[in-house]
Design a protein around this ligand. Structure first.
Ligand SMILES: Cc1cc2nc3c(=O)[nH]c(=O)nc-3n(C[C@H](O)[C@H](O)[C@H](O)COP(=O)(O)OP(=O)(O)OC[C@H]3O[C@@H](n4cnc5c(N)ncnc54)[C@H](O)[C@@H]3O)c2cc1C
Length: 554
């Protein structure tokens, strides 16, 4: 046995933001400006971390000066879309209502929200329907939000991964993390905690290159830590059984399909969707928003591949599209096109469904106040799929409410958590000191295979039962055998434990949703049951998962 002993560090905060992505930084900015002692714990580096790391370009919002005084048509339109269907109307209302304030703030801080001096409505809409996204130039958003956070006196701790929350029976009182740079365990004592750890990627195989775990459409450091921590602490999760899939250029897994202006065509040049026949910078080809598995279906039936064809786009139109793709974190892809001398007007780009890379649409159940079901615990952003605007708006709201709650509160004593802290340290040292064992990668790959085989394209009672058995065996073996050669690998091991937790919960909730809905496809319950158009809420009770159906307030 080795003899690594991890150092300990204690940190106190009024508001602890776990995750320094868009939601986490917005929460920190707001909490700090309201006078709260605010700390951000970020696994990577806030300058370039998370799904917004290298930019985004579509911001969902309601702007009275553009959309008119009546917000309701926009709320209605949103509620019909993928995200709206599973949210209370009051949540969507608040989101849209507060979005104008954030658009203006970002513009003031130097994130260009206008194009040529005005708001540019674009994308994610059918021709003729209201457009509620604006184009914005988000390339430097993370650097700017980091600056704003520091300017208000909040502390940013980069390279700190939090992996568990501390509770006292009344609510959340802190968190445990590791600093992979300084190789130390960090104990946070906090009056309130905000989860902003993003999505749950790396649960399913990387979409186009399964051998490369990190070639993912969204940030590969977002692995559902928030969902796992919230569940273990006793907070509610919601609709994690319903997955989403997305599409984009083949082999370069990258979000950004809504910015491509071309027409999707089959190999004979026939458009595959009914919406457009010519390139269009404003709408693109909306078929990709509605029927994301079209590429998969074309492939299965031998009619593919399907190409994004920009033929007919003017020089100006191409430059415009490249401008937004560049701002949307697609600089690597654009460099590749340049290096290879590819003009997408002459050589259409093959698109595909990133069909392996499912991720949960639901997650930590937070309301329009950013509050979870647990006292002292808030959440925002992709903790419950929300895009850039959801992250910015609810990050801001969560920061505001967490700071208000922390005001006048005493710092919690964490004496009650001493045993838990020592147990966590012992477990981590054990993983570090193991001389023989398996690597995090082996466990992550095995988990992805199980998730895909049993909860991927098709689910059923028998498949789910068999998969759950396999997953639980893997979970036990991972606990018994993972080893880490350094703090960085330890972080990856802890991620895998969280991924296993989230994976197990997906199985349990998927068994309960006895219908087919979206990409939750159950041939044993082959239709969408209107009576189950509800939230499936899951929480830990008496040591195990308990579930409850709740109506959606439309
Ligand atoms: C290329 C690309 C283009 C996109 N374009 C758009 C767009 O135009 N419009 C749009 O609406 N959306 C877009 N998205 C999605 C959008 O970026 C995300 O929805 C948004 O970033 C979510 O913000 P978040 O703060 O919830 O999560 P993230 O921005 O992903 O931040 C989460 C942060 O938490 C950190 N973290 C994770 N776990 C831990 C832990 N345990 N401890 C500490 N830190 C942790 C991560 O490192 C990360 O920094 C795009 C995504 C990509 C990748």
């Amino acid at each position: 046995m080795g003899s690594i002993r991890m150092k300990r560090r204690f940190v106190e905060a009024d508001v602890l933001c776990i995750g320094g992505g868009i939601a986490g930084l917005m929460a920190a900015i707001r909490a700090a400006e309201m006078g709260a002692k605010t700390v951000v714990a970020e696994k990577a580096n806030t300058m370039f971390s998370g799904s917004g790391a290298t930019g985004n370009d579509h911001f969902l919002c309601y702007l009275p000066e553009v959309h008119g005084k009546d917000i309701e048509p926009i709320v209605n339109e949103f509620q019909l879309g993928q995200q709206g269907g599973l949210r209370h109307r009051s949540f969507i209302h608040t989101w849209l209502l507060r979005s104008e304030e954030i658009v203006k703030l970002w513009d003031d801080w130097g994130i260009p929200m206008k194009y040529n001096g005005k708001y540019e409505l674009s994308g994610h809409a059918l021709p003729g329907n209201p457009i509620y996204h604006i184009h914005y130039a988000g390339k430097d958003q993370k650097k700017i939000l980091t600056e704003q956070t520091l300017k208000r006196g909040a502390e940013i701790m980069n390279r700190v991964m939090c992996f568990d929350l501390i509770t006292d029976g009344n609510g959340v009182t802190g968190a445990i993390g590791i600093n992979t740079w300084h190789d130390e365990v960090v104990f946070f004592k906090a009056k309130t905690v905000i989860l902003g750890t993003g999505s749950a990627i790396r649960l399913y195989p990387a979409s186009t290159t399964p051998a490369w775990l990190f070639n993912t459409r969204l940030s590969p450091t977002c692995v559902g830590d928030g969902r796992a921590m919230a569940y273990r602490a006793g907070a509610e999760l919601v609709n994690i059984e319903i997955p989403i899939l997305r599409c984009g250029p083949v082999y370069f897994a990258r979000a950004g399909k809504g910015t491509w202006a071309g027409v999707l065509r089959d190999p004979q040049g026939k458009p595959v969707g009914p919406f457009v026949t010519e390139p269009d910078n404003r709408y693109g080809d909306p078929v990709v928003d509605i029927y994301q598995d079209i590429f998969m279906d074309y492939k299965k039936t031998g009619r593919g591949p399907v190409y994004m064809d920009c033929k007919g786009l003017s020089d100006e139109g191409l430059e415009y599209m490249y401008h937004w793709l560049y701002n949307e974190g697609n600089a690597g892809l654009l460099n590749h096109l340049k290096e290879e001398g590819i003009d997408p007007r002459e050589r259409p780009v093959e698109f595909r469904t990133y069909h392996y890379e499912l991720f949960p649409r639901g997650g930590v159940y937070y309301d329009e106040e950013g509050a979870t079901s647990m006292k002292g615990l808030y959440a925002a952003g992709d903790e419950f799929f929300g895009g850039i605007s959801g992250a910015a708006v609810f990050g801001w709201i969560a920061g505001e409410n967490a700071a208000k709650q922390a005001k006048g509160m005493a710092l919690p004593a964490i004496d009650h958590a001493k045993d838990r802290l020592e147990e966590a340290v012992a477990e981590m040292e054990h993983i570090r000191n193991r001389e023989v064992g398996a690597s995090w990668k082996e466990a992550n790959i095995a988990l992805q295979q199980i998730m895909y085989d049993f909860t991927g394209e098709v689910r059923s009672e028998t498949l789910l039962d068999a998969g759950l058995l396999a997953l639980r065996r893997l979970k036990r073996k991972a606990r018994e055998s993972l080893l880490a050669a350094n703090a960085h690998e330890l972080c990856r091991c802890l991620e895998v434990f969280n991924l296993l937790e989230v994976g197990e919960l997906i199985f349990i909730a998927a068994k309960e949703r006895r219908e087919t809905r979206g990409k939750h496809i159950r041939p044993d319950y082959p239709f969408t049951n209107p009576q189950l158009s509800k939230l499936l809420v899951l929480r830990k009770e008496d040591g195990g998962p308990a579930m409850e159906w709740r109506p959606i307030k439309r």
